[in-house]
Design a protein around this ligand. Structure first.
Ligand SMILES: [Zn+2]
Length: 274
């Protein structure tokens, strides 16, 4: 069964990488002077082309294994944008090829071609009316540069932090007792051609059901849903943000601080020289 609670994080690898890149630029400052998240190894599976003897222009069908939604892509690779190639393919004209390229560049999936899967997902979502807050422990790692004599070294730091998120699972571990009302809302996309004959994409507002999308909004992206507060109609957040008393700094601020402080940065308890 699909899970839509804590799976708001990390299941979408593209989203995860994007989030990680953002995290690299937002540095949390707390009791420690400067923190810089150290890179973690993400293995990018750059797969080799799959043998194919189909002649003429064609696109293969690819599936998102988490949601089971699919789209055609002109590629001979096994994995494209996290989607896995299936047996199906279709022949395409030059015009269809242009449209497919645009759809793929924008991460768009056709609603009509994925209707059954989308119905399954949205019906499951709409059965949930409440979310429960839970706490979990996480170890964060980061490194700071330190000047040693005439050279530099890198100091590794780590710290355990308590973070919170929201789940639809009433029996989730670490529940805090807080709860909130939720409603799932959806967004679609429309492809149009501009005066120069170039494709453009427009996003719809939020609707309570995919059937309620305005005319012409025939596409969704993989993250096509959000949760909304029925009381305030605000889109709800799952992110924790910094711990109380900490703040986030930009990469530029960090660079400035690194220039100002060099050796002072290491005067914290939980540091060790590599
Ligand atoms: Zn092929």
């Amino acid at each position: 069964m699909l899970k839509f609670d804590s799976s708001h994080k990390s299941v979408d690898i593209d989203g995860f990488i994007r989030k990680y890149e953002t995290a690299l630029q937002k540095i949390i400052i707390g009791g420690l002077i400067i923190t810089l998240l150290s890179p973690i190894g993400i293995i990018f599976a750059k797969t080799r082309p799959v043998p194919c003897d189909i002649e003429g222009d064609h696109a293969h069908l690819y599936i998102d294994n988490e949601t089971k939604i699919e789209r055609y892509i002109e590629s001979e690779r096994k994995i494209v944008d996290g989607l896995e190639r299936l047996e199906d393919y279709r022949m395409i004209t030059e015009e269809e090829s242009d449209l497919l390229k645009f759809e793929n560049k924008n991460g768009l999936f056709r609603i009509d071609e994925n209707w059954n899967e989308l119905q399954t997902i949205t019906q499951e979502q709409q059965s949930h009316k409440k979310e429960y807050r839970y706490a979990y422990e996480e170890t964060i790692h980061w490194s700071t540069p330190m000047k040693v004599g005439k050279g530099w070294t890198v100091i590794q730091h780590s710290k355990n932090v308590t973070r919170h998120s929201w789940t639809t699972d009433e029996n989730h571990e670490g529940l805090t007792g807080e709860e909130r009302d939720i409603e799932y809302v959806y967004q679609g996309y429309r492809i149009t051609k501009n005066d120069q004959g170039k494709y453009e994409v427009e996003q719809s507002g939020y609707v309570s059901n995919l059937q309620n999308l305005p005319e012409g909004y025939d596409y969704i992206k993989k993250d096509f849903y959000k949760t909304m507060s029925p009381q305030t109609e605000e889109i709800l957040d799952y992110e924790d943000g910094p711990e109380v008393g900490d703040r986030e700094v930009t990469q530029q601020e960090l660079n400035e601080m690194m220039q100002e402080n060099s050796s002072e940065q290491v005067q914290t308890e939980d540091t060790k020289v590599l």
